[in-house]
Ligand binder design. Structure first.
Ligand code: TYD
Length: 208
């Protein structure tokens, strides 16, 4: 099984990924948890460039190619070998993030993004994608609470409310287009209820 988690910044993904990890451990599933950008050593170096506040002047195409470079390395080095070994792969953000984030930034380059996503993922498509959905205001509020000091925020977390609203609707549009794969979870609900909903959806796939 290949499961991805997506959502706007501050949607509660990291918390739910780690809760999901505990469920899989309890159920004796053999799995790995990974994330993008930065799921490999090379990816870590790319991540630093992408998220550093001093790099706000990066041109949109360079940003797109860096995310895809990170992904190509990650799929070859981590995701595909784990899937081939029969492990579950849980990934915090994947190609949908590029479709949405870089799609919003790059506007009309949808076909280009689709094409490089296809190349970089080497045919490894998620079986299930959890979209943790909440209003952009809620996400930004959570980020503000987490990092009282604004200096801690990365380049994306510093973007405007309008940007985050566009990202949210970008994800919802994608989830409607790929209904078979996406599961939309209301992440304004209490943490426990969100975790329970995710467990319920995944339980048919778990070993008894
Ligand atoms: P990260 O600190 O990993 O945040 P989060 O916990 O929200 O995932 O930062 C990842 C940032 O990179 C996030 O703001 C979304 C952005 N991003 C893209 O713009 N395109 C991509 O393809 C990916 C994977 C992430």
């Amino acid at each position: 099984m290949f499961i991805t988690f997506e959502g706007i910044d501050g949607c509660g993904k990291s918390t739910q990924v780690s809760r999901f990890e505990s469920t899989l451990k309890e159920r004796g599933v053999s799995f790995i948890v990974t994330s993008e950008p930065g799921g490999t050593k090379i990816g870590q170096a790319i991540r630093k460039i992408l998220l550093h506040v001093d790099n706000a002047h990066i041109v949109p195409l360079a940003e797109l190619f860096l995310y895809e470079a990170d992904r190509a390395q990650h799929v070859s080095e981590v995701i595909r070998p784990a899937l081939e070994a029969g492990k579950w792969v849980i990934c915090d953000r994947y190609s949908d993030a590029t479709t949405v984030y870089q799609g919003v930034v790059l506007g009309h380059h949808e076909k280009l993004i689709e094409q490089i996503n296809r190349e970089a993922t080497l045919g490894c498509q998620p079986d299930i994608t959890f979209l943790l959905d909440c209003p952009a205001e809620v996400g930004l509020e959570r980020i503000a609470k987490r990092d009282k000091n604004d200096k801690k925020r990365d380049r994306f977390e510093r973007k405007t409310l309008d940007f985050h609203i566009k990202i949210r609707y970008g994800y919802l549009t994608l989830a409607n287009r790929y209904k078979d794969r996406f599961r939309i979870i209301d992440s304004t609900l209490p943490e426990d209820r969100v975790a329970r909903k995710i467990r319920e959806i995944i339980s048919p796939y778990l070993p008894c």
